[in-house]
Design a protein around this ligand. Structure first.
Ligand SMILES: Nc1ncnc2c1ncn2[C@@H]1O[C@H](COP(=O)(O)OP(=O)(O)OP(=O)(O)O)[C@@H](O)[C@H]1O
Length: 242
């Protein structure tokens, strides 16, 4: 019997997301493009990091690798103590489903389902029973301020409300890590602020480690820290003054 390497079982209960020496290369004609260049990052439970940087600097690549949607060329992605790179594709999907909540810019809600059903179906896909799913879905809709909109379909909700459903849906699986890509890109100033505020609140309340990619530097003061990507290199993360 082999004993797992201690570093791969490092106690990470306070650091649900760790990226260690992460490099990601894409093929580019004869050569390669380095989208991530030896990136190191740790995000603690209840902490929200804003990730900024110019277009093409590697922000989406970092999110995709952290979400285990793409395998890095080298380096480790550790989610809640589990090293994703050690897993096969099926195990990686299970890890993602159980530990990672992903929030994209566009909510991608199903047109025919009500808000509460959007949340319930994500639990159903995880094979969970319907009744507790409904209770949790209603609770989460309350958390995001949509308790009166549980029966509304996407076309009856505003852009900000759809993004709130999206956030609640990402929380259904009780994730340890929340990865958020440009959540305010389609929203006006006021709605953008309330969405970032909500993300910061749920990060604390549910003790998740959140990374938010944003072009909108106006609201990063609502998050705990900020880090800048340039040409695939991640600068040191700086604390945002309270
Ligand atoms: N699937 C891919 N195949 C080849 N190259 C890619 C692929 N995806 C991204 N790249 C390249 O990797 C680099 C980083 O891209 P990435 O999308 O991660 O940057 P970004 O900071 O998220 O940009 P934006 O802010 O415009 O979304 C860029 O040079 C991009 O052209």
């Amino acid at each position: 019997m082999t004993t797992p390497e201690p570093t791969r079982r490092a106690a990470t209960t306070n650091m649900p997301l760790q990226l260690i020496d992460l490099t990601l290369e894409y093929p580019d004609g004869q050569g390669t493009i380095k989208a991530l260049d030896s990136v190191n990052l740790g995000v603690g439970a209840g902490q929200m990091l804003s990730l900024i940087g110019p277009s093409g600097s590697g922000k989406s690549s970092l999110l995709a690798a952290a979400a285990t949607l793409i395998r890095p060329t080298s380096g480790l992605v550790i989610i809640d103590g589990t090293t994703a790179s050690d897993l096969n594709d099926k195990e990686m999907t299970t890890l993602r489903r159980e530990k990672v909540g992903i929030i994209f810019q566009q909510p991608n809600l199903l047109a025919s389902l009500t808000a509460v059903e959007q949340l319930m179906i994500s639990d159903h896909l995880r094979g969970k029973p319907l009744k507790p799913a409904k209770a949790r879905a209603l609770e989460l809709l309350e958390v995001v301020g949509l308790e009166d909109s549980a029966k509304k379909r996407p076309h009856q909700l505003s852009g900000g409300q759809r993004q709130r459903v999206n956030i609640a849906r990402a929380l259904m699986g009780e994730p340890k890590v929340l990865l958020v890509d440009e959540p305010t890109a389609a929203l006006d100033h006021e709605r953008s602020e309330s969405i970032v505020r909500l993300l910061a609140e749920v990060t604390r309340e549910f003790s998740v480690a959140t990374v938010m990619v944003t072009h909108d530097t106006e609201f990063i003061s609502l998050t705990n820290s900020v880090a800048t990507m340039r040409d695939g290199v991640l600068g040191a993360s700086e604390l945002v003054p309270a």
